[in-house]
Design a protein around this ligand. Structure first.
Ligand code: KIV
Length: 283
């Protein structure tokens, strides 16, 4: 299945994403961490490619997103940007690249922008307002991220659904409104009850992009490796696997191993002859 419209489709900007809410077009986003995944996501016609710090877990084999560094983010971002996506490219600010001060937040956002990001995403609500305002004051668009924010896994005591109960829900709603007032162009809502996903989505003028936040969000994002069946941990409840790419790749490599062991690879047709005019002969 290909999407021919992606060949000529207009470049997606933060404005496009903001306007999609009023136009009632659901936003589609996946993560990508390298050139081939960015090409495939873009050819599939997604609106937003997120170079997420989930790369630490799905690509680099870390236990959480905490160890991910800005250099690692920059390295993977550059590969994604080389695919020249029509989708908007958003890069994650990793743990401790922005929490320390507004100055660090601006400087590190700038590093990602200089490497081709078109916006940055950072986790946190009102407590990160100074950082968000400073980044926006440098004309760098910001995608907010609220709810089960993975960089806070130890503070949460595990990957637990957030915003259950009126008090916790109100706190997240206030965070979302504060991020909108500050000027975020959109907010990722992760791991919250679907009723709260709906409440926040209805309260905001900017779009929400959900991951484990129910169907009422203005868009959905999934980690690519979860979606294509190439992640190795137990999938979360909200993950829908659209392919079993892990099985396809393992089977292909197994077939290659068997062919090499049995002397079936390479064939004569896959070999070079001493003279280009004469085909190679079977030994
Ligand atoms: O890092 C990431 O992939 C994310 C998404 C899960 C939203 O932040």
């Amino acid at each position: 299945m290909t999407n021919d419209s992606t060949v000529t489709r207009p470049k997606v900007t933060v404005r496009t994403i903001r306007d999609m809410k009023a136009e009632r077009v659901r936003i589609v986003s996946v993560t990508a961490y390298d050139y081939p995944s960015a090409r495939l996501a873009d050819e599939a016609g997604v609106d937003l490619i997120l170079v997420g710090d989930s790369l630490g877990m799905v690509v680099l084999g870390y236990e959480s997103t905490i160890p991910v560094t800005l250099s690692e983010m920059a390295h993977h971002l550059k590969a994604v940007v080389r695919a020249q996506p029509r989708a908007l490219v958003v890069a994650d600010l990793p743990f401790l690249s922005f929490q320390t001060s507004a100055e660090d937040a601006v400087r590190n956002s700038g590093r990602l922008m200089k490497r081709g990001a078109e916006a940055v995403k950072l986790e946190g609500g009102r407590r990160m307002l100074l950082q968000i305002e400073a980044i926006l004051a440098a004309d760098i668009p910001v995608l907010g991220h609220l709810g089960l924010t993975p960089q806070s896994v130890h503070q949460f005591g595990g990957y637990r659904v957030q915003g259950r109960g009126r008090e916790a829900a109100d706190a997240l709603l206030e965070d979302a409104l504060a991020l909108e007032r500050a000027g975020c162009f959109s907010i990722v809502l992760e791991g919250v009850p679907l009723e709260l996903g709906r409440e926040i989505t209805e309260a905001l003028k900017i779009p929400t992009i959900g991951i484990g936040a129910g169907v009422h969000c203005d868009g959905q994002v999934l980690v690519l490796h979860d979606l294509i069946g190439m992640s190795f941990s137990k999938p979360a409840r909200f993950v829908r696997r659209y392919a079993e790419a892990g099985d396809i790749i393992r089977n292909a490599i197994t077939a290659f191993r068997e062919d090499v062991r049995a002397g079936r690879y390479p064939s004569i047709e896959e070999s070079y002859a001493a003279s280009p005019e004469k085909p190679a002969k079977k030994p």
